[in-house]
Ligand binder design. Structure first.
Ligand code: HPA
Length: 218
């Protein structure tokens, strides 16, 4: 699941055999096809927790989906992580109230599926890809001028900042399905750097291959 519908189209057109479009309502494009003979759907989830929660919940509840891999972009605050690096979320902290709403006002520990973490790590090694696995921070505010939170995120070793992962992990837990979130770093919030839209596309290819190869194993 990429956030961007056009990325879903790109993945289907470039990586899947015999694919068909399965959704274009609200232009939230989705495709089902085959990757190395395994049936796989690529469905976009849009931006932010509410959008991602609606699409993931419907996939799980209405379409019996058991394995979800998000492939997105994220920000970082760590000095030893560069633009275009691949970061993988073992868990996801948040400034959103979503998990408290869903978890009786307690703090839910939103974690990735272990089998997926295990296989994505092995796959990355096999592909000679350098990846970092650690804690994400899922935020409701993309444009936030508060530099204090960035210092805290850096101190607590948050490797990726996105807008969906914590919710995807909590809904996957609720329905006992597997989920994993992999991101390419598109913004360095301390160094104030960002990759161009064109660069985003090419750095995406390694992550697409990593996620599809992982999907074959989990
Ligand atoms: N913050 C939150 N989500 C993001 C970012 C970011 O800097 N970059 C890409 N997705």
């Amino acid at each position: 699941m990429p956030g961007d519908p056009l990325r879903a189209k790109y993945i289907a057109e470039n990586y899947l055999d015999n694919f068909i479009e399965i959704n274009n309502t609200r232009l939230m494009l989705g495709y089902t096809g085959y990757y190395k003979d395994k049936k796989i759907s690529i469905m976009s989830h849009g931006i932010g927790i509410p959008s991602a929660l609606i699409y993931t919940r419907e996939l799980i509840k209405e379409y019996n989906v058991k394995k979800i891999i998000r492939i997105g972009t994220c920000g970082t605050v760590q000095k030893d992580i560069q633009l275009r690096d691949i970061v993988i979320s073992m868990g996801a902290s948040t400034d959103s109230k979503i998990n408290r709403i869903r978890f009786n006002n307690h703090d839910f520990s939103a974690i990735a599926d272990f089998n997926m973490i295990f296989h994505v790590f092995l796959t990355a090694k096999k592909m000679n890809l350098k990846v970092r696995i650690g804690n994400f921070f899922t935020t409701d505010t993309f444009y936030d001028d508060d530099s204090n939170i960035l210092k805290i995120l850096e101190k607590y070793n948050i490797i990726g900042i996105d807008m969906e992962t914590t919710a995807i992990y909590s809904i996957a837990s609720e329905f006992k399905v597997q989920a994993l979130s992999i991101c390419t770093v598109s913004d360095h919030l301390i160094k104030k750097e960002a990759i161009s839209a064109k660069d985003r596309e090419s750095s995406f290819n390694e992550m697409i291959k990593l996620s599809l190869e992982t999907a074959l194993l989990v």
